[in-house]
Structures are given as structure tokens and as C-alpha cells.
Design a protein around this ligand. Sequence first.
Ligand SMILES: Nc1ncnc2c1ncn2[C@@H]1O[C@H](COP(=O)(O)OP(=O)(O)OP(=O)(O)O)[C@@H](O)[C@H]1O
Ligand SMILES: [Mg+2]
Length: 325
Amino acid sequence: MTALVTANDLKRSYDIRRGLFRAPAQLQAVGGISFAIDAGKTLAIVGESGCGKSTLARLVTLIEKPSAGTLSLDGLDAVHPPAGAAKALRRTVQIVFQNPYGSLNPRKRIGAILEEPLIINTNLGKQERRAQALDMMAKVGLRPEQYGRYPHMFSGGQRQRIAIARALMLRPKLLVADEPVSALDMSVQAQVLNLLADLQRELGLAYLFISHDLGVVRHIADDVLIMYLGLVMEHGPKERIFARPLHPYAQALVDATPGLGRKGRRIVPKGELPSPLDPPAGCVFSTRCPHVTELCRAQRPPLRPLDGRLVACHDAERFLDTQPA
Ligand SMILES: Nc1ncnc2c1ncn2[C@@H]1O[C@H](COP(=O)(O)OP(=O)(O)OP(=O)(O)O)[C@@H](O)[C@H]1O
Ligand SMILES: [Mg+2]
């Protein structure tokens, strides 16, 4: 089976102006990321603020073009789409953002918000559009009488349901969810995560699920990809990484997650996140790694297979021996 989404060495850099007389600097927000997502599966992208998660989301949802690398969606080249394929590609992937307040037009009723993608992209008549909107409202747990209400009349969790419903109106195969529950209360987070899991099962959706919090993705993820300063630190099946993270940064994230942390150990990164404009030579995590060696400061470790996942650490083997599987 070929994957629904295949990203190969995706890169995105930005020119940052530094005043009139200095040359612009290059900021590499995404520094060469590869992954595949099968239909109906979830890849979770996890890393702290500024590591490039939203930039990656914009590349995968075709909002921005990569500076380099390839991306294929449902068998189509998404970077250089074949003639006539752009529209089909855009329908294949949709996005849900963190803040459901900003992403819903406050002057439109829910019905109109949900039907807008149908008006733009289909020839459906009024009755059929309304029927599809009501059907999608039911799927995301909204009631028919809410069809005529405005966004401000809803709670944050309900608003996120509306944003999810709108994203699904054109029946995408991939939903990119960029911190979809981070702005919600804990109890509401669980409800929205359960909804996403139900919708995945019902509609066969694939998710690229972005979070700064490993705890949020622990139930929904199949694979996990851990990013730091635009690069992959560790990538593989959730069970592998959660049970025995090999990269020290992955270990730190696992240890910091309530209910996941390993007994009797806790890795805490040293110091501050370096500026992405001036990333460390060698391993990008070397300035904060408690196990750093001279080799780490000098040479960037390649992402390599080990113990059923990919890991970018020169010394990953030593963590195989010291941790319980
Ligand atoms: N349009 C842009 N122009 C310049 N720099 C940008 C642009 N977009 C993102 N960046 C920079 O790229 C890096 C990655 O940003 P990005 O928003 O992708 O991170 P993130 O992981 O989503 O962070 P957060 O968790 O805070 O949402 C940051 O250093 C950011 O400042
Ligand atoms: Mg972001």
C-alpha cells in the first residue's frame, strides 16, 4: 500500500531582515523532515514552541511551498501539481487551528460557515447544502437548532467542533490539526480528542496532529515524530518511543509528561532554547543535553534506524542498555 501522505526531506527557510545595512539572515524553520502517513492513521508531531510545527503544517496543507523536498498527497505531487490537479489536492487536505475564536467569522451563522466550502467547491443546491451541514453538525455533536446561531453563542469546545465540522465538509482524506485542543480546558480537551478519534474511525481520516504536549497525543497517535529546532530527533511507533525513548530530548519530553515518565529517572534539558537563527553546530540539542560529548558538538548525528524507530543521536545505543523495555 502506498501511503496517503509522503514527505521527503521537506525544508522551509525564511529570510529575516536585520536592518538596512546587514544582509538578511536565513532562518531554517523546517530543516529536512520526512514521514509517511497511511490512510486512517495518525502521525503526531511534538516539540516545544518555535521548533517548526506550524511551518510544517502550512507546508502539508499547501498554504506555503517548501524551499526544498517533495510532498505527495493521495498519489499527487503537491509541490508541483500536475495540470488541473490543484483543486483536487486542496480538497484532500484541510486544517484545524488552535484558536477556534479567530478561525470562525463572527458575523456568520454556523450553517453559513459550514456551507461556505460547498458553495465555493460544489454545485449543490440550497437544500442539499443544508442537509449536509446538518449531517456534519450531528457527526461532531452539535444540535440542529444550533444551525442558525453565531459563533459567539458557543463555548470554546463547541467552537472547535464547528471548526472541525467545517474542515470536514469537503470530505478531506487528511486533517492537519495544529494544537487543536491547547486552548481548551482539560475536561473539554478530552471530549474534543474523543470526537477526533470517533471521526477518524467513522470517516477513515488520516491526521497530522500537532502538539507541544506528548500527553495530548498519547491516545490518538499511531506514530510520533519529535522535533527540535526544525529537525527530527526521534520518529517511530508510539509504543516504542513512549516505552523507551532513545533520544535525550525525547526522554526529557516523556519524563515531563504526567503518567508517562519513567520510574526513577528524569532528564531535564539544561539552559535555554538556542536561537533558531544561530543553531548549535553538531547536534542541535547538544547545548542542552546532559549526555553531550565532543563528537556531539562537532558532528550533526544522522537520523538512523535503531530498535524499531529512527533516532538522531550519536550515543543512542547506551540508552538501549540502561532502560527497561
Ligand atoms: N513567516 C515567517 N517568517 C519568518 N520566520 C518565521 C515565519 N514563520 C515561522 N517563522 C519562524 O520559524 C520558526 C518555527 O516557527 P513555527 O511557528 O513553525 O513553530 P511552532 O513549533 O509552531 O511553535 P509554537 O509551538 O509556538 O506554535 C520560529 O523560529 C519562527 O519564528
Ligand atoms: Mg505553532
